[in-house]
Write a protein that binds this ligand. Structure first.
Ligand SMILES: Nc1ncnc2c1ncn2[C@@H]1O[C@H](COP(=O)(O)OP(=O)(O)O)[C@@H](O)[C@H]1O
Ligand SMILES: [Mg+2]
Length: 371
């Protein structure tokens, strides 16, 4: 069985509630796809549908082009790692890793070599004779990954595998997972997370989930630069979302006219203008100037995050605009008047009247982070 996963209109219900709504998604052979979304959005359910632990009420799941919807879990050629290590506490590391091989009836003579290979890959070879309780959380998770890899899966399912680890370990493990994927370029990986940094760092493409539905799907850069929905814009990175009326080559925010591309959007439409905070500058520069009052300042080491009320206080007809500004010599005083600006090409129009007008372009898979 080769790799690659395809969800064909997969719907899952629990007690009559639809928790996965007609999911259509393809993970290419060798691709890392992150399923990113808030808690309860249906990510784990999608993973369990691939693993065979939940039966869709409708739709089919394919692995390597083969319909596996009715196949029992152990015959799907899948390795799975979940958040809580889930090692058998009474078995040594090597026996934990051998477990899946025995279940798969791998010939006895082959097992020690396969176990050693998997432990080697995850840097745990010297811990083979220990018990899980003698390992740190990070080490236990490496063993769990070794156990998943030992069966030489075509498909690796990872469900928030790093969320039980502290921040420093997490970033080390992220680098490890990226390395593992380079060593196993044919394995398709479905990586569930609610953490955008993990998704942006690891994934070739990100599928954004909310409320049981796929909201958006694209490369990290594409989703970041050209989000299709307000949900994607605010969940992948940080965003200013401003309600505007669309004109021709410009939009109006209250009475301020801003120059942006309105290609493909009918004049007169209501839309949301999305501008990333790090693309908003301080000072008057170019066509798009927004005057306002500083409501809050946060110093973040390499940047100042300014919160500027434009057109009156937030909530009283005005809008609070976020700007991440570098190299400010002095921290601006609260209440002072400032002008912000952004380049027309750095703004994206979103909304019902805009949606679907744009097609995703293939972009290289390097990650971006909002900081
Ligand atoms: N075994 C179950 N029985 C009933 N409801 C469930 C079960 N598993 C998950 N759910 C519900 O399905 C929805 C999606 O859950 P899940 O896929 O675990 O979300 P996520 O992984 O995105 O946090 C949630 O509302 C959750 O409460
Ligand atoms: Mg989950």
């Amino acid at each position: 069985m080769s790799s690659g996963i395809r969800f064909d209109k997969v719907t899952v219900q629990y007690g009559g509630n639809t928790v996965l709504d007609s999911l259509e998604l393809t993970v290419e052979p060798g691709e890392v796809m992150a399923l990113l979304g808030p808690s309860g959005s249906g990510k784990t359910t999608a993973l369990r549908a691939v693993a065979g632990f939940v039966r869709p009420v409708s739709g089919r799941v394919f692995i390597g082009g083969r319909d596996i919807t009715s196949l029992p879990p152990h015959r799907r050629g899948i390795g799975m790692v979940v958040q809580q290590y889930a090692l058998f506490p009474h078995l040594k590391v090597e026996d934990n890793v051998a477990f899946g091989l025995k279940a798969q009836k791998v010939p006895r003579a082959e097992i020690p070599g396969r176990v050693a290979e998997a432990l080697e890959m995850t840097g745990m070879a010297s811990y083979a004779a220990r018990y899980p309780r003698e390992l740190s959380g990070g080490q236990q998770q490496r063993v769990a990954i070794a156990r998943a890899l030992a069966i030489r899966p075509n498909v690796l399912l990872l469900d928030e595998p790093l969320s039980a680890l502290d921040a420093q370990l997490r970033s080390g493990m992220l680098a490890e997972l990226a390395r593992l994927h380079r060593e196993l370029p044919d394995v398709s990986i479905l990586y569930v997370t609610h953490d955008q940094v993990e998704a942006l760092t690891l994934a070739d493409r990100i599928a954004v989930m909310d409320k049981a539905r796929l909201q958006d799907c694209g490369t990290p850069q594409d989703l970041y630069r050209r989000p299709r929905t307000e949900f994607t814009a605010s969940f992948v990175g940080n965003a200013n979302l401003l309600p505007v009326k669309v004109g021709s080559g410009s939009v109006t925010l209250r009475s301020t006219v801003l120059k942006v591309s309105t290609e493909g959007v009918a004049p007169g439409a209501s839309a949301t203008l999305c501008v990333r905070p790090h693309l908003v500058g301080l000072g008057e520069d170019g066509p798009n100037a927004l005057r306002g009052t500083i409501a809050e300042v946060q110093w973040r080491g390499s940047t100042h995050r300014l919160y500027v009320d434009v057109g009156g206080p937030d909530g009283a007809g005005g809008h609070r605009v976020k700007a991440d500004v570098r190299e400010l010599r002095e921290t601006p005083a609260l209440g002072s008047e400032v002008t912000l600006h952004f380049a027309p090409e750095d703004a994206v129009l979103l909304g019902a009247d805009v949606g679907g007008a744009r097609d995703r372009e293939p972009v290289s898979a390097a990650g971006v982070s909002d900081g």
